[in-house]
Design a protein around this ligand. Structure first.
Ligand code: GLN
Length: 471
């Protein structure tokens, strides 16, 4: 077995037994990245100095027989919309092509304290707008299982890095699908965390009421270790919540809901078969499966794409060519500076979001679009409250289809948005959900979505580790 195949627990055991050093492990990863990433395109930049420094710190501790945490010396990739002090943070945008982060995001601070080794920054759709990683201004990240297919978005670089053993784990962000869809497409475990469970400080905002940081990992146990390390209150994020993760150590007799709206028109027969087979296997383990309804699912995409674009348009107003990033200052007046900087700094999907969002928020349309979407959001939340009064967990597909061909949906934004039909309700409700690999269609992996009530990630991890064994 190569070092890059090791899970977090295996790395921890190997380091403690002095079978290899953190530095050797880090170098092995860089070696792998240099051999394979030309083809896959998971990384936008590497942070070799930082990584080796972190690795040496762990090696020093081990040499002195000091206690090390489970993540000490473990190499990871970080989505390039999360700030790592002294490293570039581009958001895969020309606008921030040369921006260097001046501080660590809350989750990065925690990762560094736990001793994790940051290998580099991973590719994404520009400002995390997308489901395929094709909206990056710099490159398309390919799916390691089939290089002609997308890796999923927007955290495609993070998912592909883990799937191709170019990182032991990675962090992504999920606003409407962006940890779960790439995890499903690339066959890794991805968790969208409860809104408020992980700090958003230092995460470049896409849509602030929806964004959450989450882990992408080789298996359920690793994802749980990472979630435990990065979650909790951060005084720098007022929406973060005092939260102490408590692992459930015993199997529980969970009642599991299957929403009928997640199996309607548009779901590929092959994906449906894999998800239904998995449900049967879960039932065979003695879990009670119950059909439920999330009646507002039909409105979720429309509601999400109004709220997401509205918040995004407001968040992106700061990129004006004066305060941050790309600037065309050789103009006659201020308006021309704004127009040239934003016109050339942003890509096409980003401009589309700004225009849609600005429209929904403008006077005369606000009540008809933004306010209406907020009312629908309440209905969607209520669906989950009603469901979790009856069941412990909800399961269903992550996406209606597996990874698609590069270019297949790129020119048709509406068909791309449809990929998010089962994932956006979760962000609108603020609840946590995992994508767990449960099967393949040909070479392409398929994920099962496991959804829990707010702050009940422990239930997700508990059932996911059982399902992981039976599939
Ligand atoms: N696909 C969704 C969008 O384009 C979600 C992206 C995300 O979660 N960042 O907005």
């Amino acid at each position: 077995m190569e070092l890059q195949n090791f899970t977090i627990k295996q790395i921890n055991r190997g380091l403690k037994a002095k079978e290899f050093s953190a530095k050797e492990l880090t170098l092995a990863y860089f070696d792998k990245i240099k051999k394979t990433d030309n083809e896959i395109g998971a990384y936008l930049g590497l942070s070799e100095n930082l990584a080796l420094k972190q690795a040496e710190l762990s090696d020093e501790k081990i040499k002195n027989n000091e206690e090390i945490s489970e993540l000490a010396g473990v190499p990871c990739g970080i989505k390039d919309n999360i700030l790592v002090e002294g490293e570039k943070c581009t958001c895969a945008s020309r606008m921030l092509e040369n921006y260097i982060a001046s501080y660590d995001a809350g989750c990065i601070k925690k990762l560094k304290e736990s001793g994790a080794v940051i290998l580099g920054k991973t590719n994404l759709d520009e400002f995390a707008f997308g489901s395929s990683c094709e909206n990056s201004a710099f490159k398309v990240t390919k799916n390691p299982h089939d290089l002609s297919c997308v890796s999923g978005g927007s955290s495609g670089g993070s998912a592909a890095a883990v799937a191709s053993d170019q990182a032991c784990f990675a962090l992504g962000t999920d606003t409407g699908c962006s940890v779960r869809t790439p995890a499903s497409f690339c066959g890794v475990v991805g968790l969208k965390t409860t809104y408020g469970s992980v700090s958003r400080s230092g995460v470049i905002a896409s849509a602030s009421s929806l964004d959450q940081v989450g882990p992408l990992a080789k298996n359920v146990e690793d994802a749980e270790i990472i979630f435990n390390a990065i979650s909790g209150k951060d005084p720098k994020d007022a929406t973060s919540v005092e939260f102490k993760y408590e692992k459930l150590t015993k199997e529980k007799p969970f009642i599991i809901g299957v929403p009928r709206e997640f199996f309607g028109k548009g779901l590929s027969k092959d994906v449906e078969k894999i998800i239904k087979n998995t449900i049967t296997k879960i039932e065979d383990q003695g879990f009670k499966i119950q059909e439920i309804s999330l009646p507002s699912t039909d409105f979720a995409l429309a509601c999400y794409y109004i709220i997401q674009t509205s918040e995004a348009s407001a968040n992106l107003a700061r990129f004006d060519g004066i305060r941050y990033g790309f600037s065309k200052r050789d103009k006659e007046n201020l308006l021309d500076v704004y127009m040239a900087s934003r016109g050339q700094g942003f890509g096409i999907e980003t401009k589309r979001r700004i225009m849609l969002g600005t429209y929904s928020l403008s006077s005369g349309y606000y009540d008809a679009y933004y306010k209406k979407a907020q009312e629908v959001r309440l209905l969607i939340k209520q669906d989950f409250i009603n469901a979790f009064a009856k069941v412990d967990l909800i399961i269903g597909p992550v996406t209606p289809f597996p990874a698609f061909k590069i270019g297949e949906k790129a020119s048709d934004p509406l068909s791309m948005y449809l990929a998010d039909i089962y994932t956006v309700p979760i962000n609108l409700a603020g609840v946590p959900a995992m994508s767990l690999p449960v099967g393949k269609i040909g070479k392409l992996p398929v994920g099962l979505q496991i959804i829990a009530n707010h702050f009940e990630e422990n239930k997700i991890f508990n059932i996911a580790s059982i399902i992981e064994k039976i599939v």
